[in-house]
Design a protein around this ligand. Structure first.
Ligand code: GLU
Length: 459
């Protein structure tokens, strides 16, 4: 069977770095195993899901280098969900409940006050048809709960004790052997009173229909997995393998949120970061691998095995992005940089790129060096001595053409004529030539600036 994974965001906001982690771990898994990667848009929440966010998700994934093998929208599949829900109702696995949110809240509080877990007591299972008719006459519509398969004669919800039937176990691809006792959980609501679906059931139906072999997602879904395994079994579908990776958190331990827009892929792109810098960090932080800039997704695919992902949260410091990005830019060859330089109107040729790349954090910083090379530069206010020194240097400029050796020959001549050496020689030249205290090698900049501009800057 072809390994098949899915990334299942809800289109209710822009993808952030934490979403990128899940998307990439899935994508790289598919890539490593010759499998398929499906993008499933979990858009059952009609109020909050938008087509614009769905488009943005595809665009952001493409920016990372992820092209899904298929795109599926849950909103296209309501007919299928209705059909399966009906089957579950008929078999008694889905039962109707009429409590209001306030009533449920009150019951939970009472259970907590008695030191008991706030688990739904299945009172609705005892309803008669007369009760139902009365509740409906009161204007109530049912919501529907899935009867978790832990009903063993005599065992009440919320009790503890050895009972294998109630324990769901799986060998997690990241966490190893994992178990959840269903008795600690309420029977989950699968269908709301207004007929809309919560995420749980559509997800399982899709995973079965799409032939998902591996469900890889954040560890915030571990409890869902226990419920969903029970659902897979109730629906007679094959149960996929599950892996739950640690979540990316900020240095203070706080989670990233689609709603707040923290570290969205959009904002990182707008700041000029390379997709591979973002991808490298999104994947490698919180694993046993070295966190460094990796040049391609293929290379990244070779590094991360699910078993290398740590159990502890993956702490991420946003200030690491700049350094990781710079690593990539410093190693980027001219051909790779060229289209980007072109967009910035900063393509001054391979020698320019070669001269400046070690001084860039993002490719867009090339704009500033383009201005330095092209000029004109605002003249820094220098003292009289500097002016005399610079004039002497100007008069010693060799005729063009210049190459990488011209600077050395020129500055040797300037040194011999003025007696200056070291910093006293180079610093005023740098400031005059570039208007800055530091930057690329002057020997590389000199031929790019050219005789005319050099003469003007030294005057
Ligand atoms: N839409 C769910 C989420 O974003 C999908 C979880 C899953 O992968 O099953 O959390």
């Amino acid at each position: 069977m072809t390994p098949t994974v899915r990334f299942a965001p809800s289109p209710t906001g822009y993808l952030h770095l934490g979403n990128a982690r899940t998307a990439l771990i899935n994508y790289l898994f598919a890539r490593r195993n010759g499998g398929r990667f499906i993008l499933r848009l979990d858009d059952t929440d009609r109020e909050r899901s938008t087509a614009a966010f769905a488009d943005a998700i595809l665009e952001d994934l493409a920016w990372l280098g992820i092209e899904p093998d298929a795109v599926v929208r849950q909103s296209d599949r309501f007919g299928r969900y209705d059909q399966v829900a009906e089957d579950l109702r008929r078999s008694g696995a889905l039962y109707d409940c009429y409590e209001t949110a306030e009533e449920l809240d009150y019951r939970r509080k009472r259970l907590r006050a008695r030191g008991l877990p706030p688990v739904y007591d299945r009172a609705a299972l005892a309803l008669t048809n007369d009760d139902r008719a009365r509740l409906k006459a009161e204007g109530r519509s049912p919501h529907w709960r899935f009867l978790l398969p832990d009903a063993v004669a005599g065992s009440a919800k919320g009790t503890t004790g050895a009972d294998d039937a109630s324990v769901v176990s799986w060998t997690d691809l990241v966490r190893g052997p994992t178990s959840v006792d269903l008795r600690s959980l309420s029977d989950p609501v699968l269908v709301r009173a207004d007929g809309s679906y919560l995420y749980t059931l559509p997800s399982v139906i899709d995973d079965i229909d799409l032939g998902i072999t591996h469900v890889i997602r954040g560890e915030d879904h571990v409890t869902n997995t226990a419920v969903q395994i029970a659902l897979f079994q109730a629906l007679g579908g094959p149960v996929p393998s599950f892996g739950h990776h640690n979540l990316l958190v900020l240095a203070d331990g706080s989670a990233m949120s689609k709603r707040t827009g923290t570290l969205s892929l959009r904002s990182l792109r707008a700041e000029g970061y390379e997709p591979m810098a973002v991808a490298s960090l999104a994947v490698l932080v919180g694993t046993s691998e070295a966190v460094e800039a990796v040049a391609s997704l293929d290379d990244l695919a070779g590094r991360v095995d699910l078993a290398h992902i740590s159990r502890a949260p993956a702490r991420f410091d946003p200030s690491d992005i700049a350094g990781t990005n710079a690593e990539l830019v410093h190693a980027m060859d001219y051909e790779a940089a060229r289209p980007r330089l072109d967009t910035l109107d900063a393509d001054l040729g391979p020698a320019f790129w070669e001269a400046i790349r070690a001084n860039l954090t993002v490719v867009a910083d090339a704009e500033a060096w383009r201005d330095v090379v092209r000029g004109p530069l605002a003249k820094p206010a220098g003292d009289a001595q500097d002016a005399a020194f610079l004039a002497a240097a100007r008069d010693l400029l060799p005729p063009e053409p210049w190459d990488a050796a011209s600077f050395r020959a020129w500055t040797q001549a300037v040194s011999a004529a003025t007696g200056k050496r070291g910093k006293a020689l180079f610093h005023p030249l740098r400031v005059a030539m570039t208007g800055r205290e530091d930057g690329p090698e002057l020997a590389k900049l000199m031929p790019l600036i050219g005789f005319e501009e050099m003469s003007a800057r030294l005057s």
